[in-house]
Design a protein around this ligand. Structure first.
Ligand code: AMP
Length: 602
């Protein structure tokens, strides 16, 4: 961090100021909801994106005016200046680690203005993509408003091309119990903060793809499995009305229908008798479900017939929900490996990608809903944060030279820096995006990868994306045998000399020895990174090891994270398990069914 320029005295925190501004914001939000008009939302977005340079300057000014009294900014000597030039010269580029001492103080109950002028109202727990380390980040009403703005925007565009009528959505949403920090601040996942916020409920009136057919008690159920069971049951009960099947991430939808394959007979039994399975024990959920469940043998017979008539569950979603218009979730980035399975369940129902953002703050909306997941892009909303872009090919040792939103170039890759209304300034999110084009003057971004390296032993450098591509190649060999990769993870094992990569694969069925050996060689051969290839050739890195794990192993990994308070709809399988993640490593290693070593470089 840059050293501070001056230490002016800190203004004291005024509760009246806080409540007034919070009240004004809420009133603003409700006003917008009451008057929701998709055409107007699109019109506003078009106007907003005409001159993003100006909008960005204004947005930064707003953020700095709101938060100028925060200790963090005061210490950096901005002295009330709100222009981008002063901002960039005074405020350093930071990572989450740099902000941890400030966040710790908030967690300890320091309610002075630390990162924001008005103290934050809670914390979000980010999923800690790829390496499994979860992070606390600030959450406040402004971020809530940004969330609704993103939802409104993408919904308006989606609804223009795929109108949903007065229906319902089967939304696989789960909420964790928000915890209190040592100092009394509420901390939950971003999804939980959202679901528990009354403003979302008000917004659901018009955001049809977010309006769940399940009662709130199901979403808030204390146990994920009970919640999932009831979501599926509610979906079946309201099958004719379901217009959208959705979740935050594609993984949750695949998990839900994978579970359906196992338990559909039990669900039919409940519908036939009108009695909820004894596997649901939470009293609040049982009471809520008893209001929906009535004996309906015709419906049970119909669902049963449909399930028995499907070939390998292809097209399950439209078969169960005849009026479904689309399937909606984040399907890009680390969710790509689940797209194939999702397409299988969706049959000819379009897949539509969710927006782009993080617990730290939202970035961009999907305003081209017609694009398939493989080519999805996200248009940056220039008034929800101040965005800077570090060219991704910049040399690691040089001082980063970020460019403004208005100055990014088509075809270039960048690492994103966020400055948010939630108290993050020039914050390295860790994502790399590519500019694919422009919507008016705002860039349309494609999510490329997490920046951090996943697999590296010496001169080799492989990211989550590289691993994903390699597993995709091996998946092609399995597909020839009508098998598929259910999930995967990896590890660098340096306990051997030389060290080597280990890849854990869960496969949908039994593959022959021959195919698995070929898969192992294919994984090794498919890492295209020059550092890896050259190290393998001279045995600077040992033969890749494939460990095939038993079916259900990744469910155990998920259960482990749920036990730690994670929520399914935020869950991302850790794609690399470091030595500090002992519990997950143990689960994977305890469940190895077969091991192979590559002979690709022999
Ligand atoms: P979380 O830390 O749980 O809030 O997750 C945020 C991270 O999820 C982002 O930094 C991205 O790496 C990833 N993410 C969010 N939205 C998308 C998207 N639409 N496409 C790809 N990755 C995404």
């Amino acid at each position: 961090m840059k050293s501070s320029c001056a230490y002016p005295s800190l203004p004291s925190y005024s509760p009246t100021h806080y409540f007034c501004s919070s009240f004004k914001r809420s009133a603003r939000m409700l006003e917008k909801m009451e008057a929701f008009n998709p055409d107007k939302v699109i019109e506003d977005f078009e106007a907003l994106t005409k001159d993003v340079g100006t909008v960005q300057r204004e947005t930064l000014k707003k953020i700095l005016e709101l938060n100028g009294s925060a200790e963090y900014l005061q210490n950096l000597g901005l002295n009330g200046r709100t222009d981008p030039e002063s901002f960039k010269s005074c405020v350093p580029i930071v990572t989450h680690k740099d902000l941890e001492p400030y966040i710790e103080r908030m967690m300890d109950g320091d309610f002075s203005p630390i990162l924001t002028g008005v103290p934050i109202t809670g914390l979000s727990l980010s999923s800690g993509t790829t390496n499994g380390k979860r992070k606390f980040v600030p959450w406040n009403d402004d971020l809530m408003e940004n969330t609704l703005q993103i939802f409104r925007t993408s919904f308006a565009f989606r609804n223009r091309d795929f109108p949903v009528g007065e229906g319902k959505s089967l939304t696989f949403n789960y909420s964790s119990k928000p915890n209190k920090t040592r100092g009394g601040l509420t901390a939950g996942t971003a999804t939980t903060n959202l679901i528990r916020n009354p403003k979302l409920k008000a917004a659901m009136k018009y955001l049809k793809s977010h309006q769940s057919c399940s009662p709130e008690e199901v979403i808030l159920a204390p146990d994920f499995n009970q919640s999932l069971y009831c979501h599926l049951l509610c979906g079946l009960i309201f099958r004719e009305e379901i217009q959208v099947v959705s979740s935050t991430f594609a993984h949750s939808i695949v998990l839900a229908f994978g579970t359906f394959e196992q338990i559909w007979e039990e669900l039919c039994c409940d519908i036939r008798k009108g009695i909820l399975s004894s596997r649901v024990t939470a009293p609040s959920v049982r009471t809520a479900m008893s209001k929906l469940l009535r004996p309906n043998p015709e419906l049970a017979d119909l669902i049963s017939k449909k399930c028995l008539g499907l070939s390998n569950w292809y097209g399950l979603i439209p078969e169960l929900f005849p009026n479904v218009k689309y399937v909606y979730a984040i399907m890009t980035g680390s969710m790509e490996p689940y797209v194939k399975k999702l397409r299988h369940y969706a049959g000819d129902v379009p897949l539509m990608c969710g927006d782009y953002g993080a617990s730290e703050g939202w970035i961009a909306a999907n305003v081209n809903p017609n694009l398939p997941p493989e080519s999805a892009t996200f248009a940056v909303l220039p008034d929800i944060g101040y965005f800077e872009f570090i060219p991704a090919n910049e040399h690691i040792c040089t001082e980063p030279q970020p460019v403004d939103l208005a100055d990014v170039k088509i075809g270039e890759e960048y690492e994103i820096l966020l400055t948010t209304f939630g108290g993050l300034y020039r914050y390295r999110l860790g994502d790399v995006v590519k500019v694919m084009g422009f919507h008016n003057s705002t860039p349309e971004l494609k999510f490329i990868r997490r920046k951090s390296l996943l697999l590296t032993i010496n001169i080799d450098k492989n990211t989550e994306r590289d691993l994903q591509l390699v597993v995709e190649e091996a998946g092609k060999l399995l597909a020839e045998e009508k098998l598929e990769v259910v999930d995967f993870s990896s590890q660098t094992d340096v306990s051997t000399d030389p060290g080597h990569y280990v890849i854990f694969l869960e496969i949908s069925g039994e593959a022959s020895e021959e195919v698995l050996k070929e898969c192992c060689n294919c994984l090794d051969r498919s890492f295209a990174d020059a550092g890896y290839v050259s190290s393998r050739k001279v045995n600077g890195i040992g033969p890749l090891e494939l460990r095939v794990v038993w079916k259900g192993t990744f469910q155990k990994v998920l259960d482990h994270y749920l036990g730690l308070g994670a929520v399914v709809n935020q869950f991302k399988t850790p794609r690399c398990v470091g030595p500090t993640n002992k519990a997950v490593l143990q689960i994977l290693c305890d469940n190895v069914a077969k091991t192979y070593f590559s002979t690709a470089y022999d």
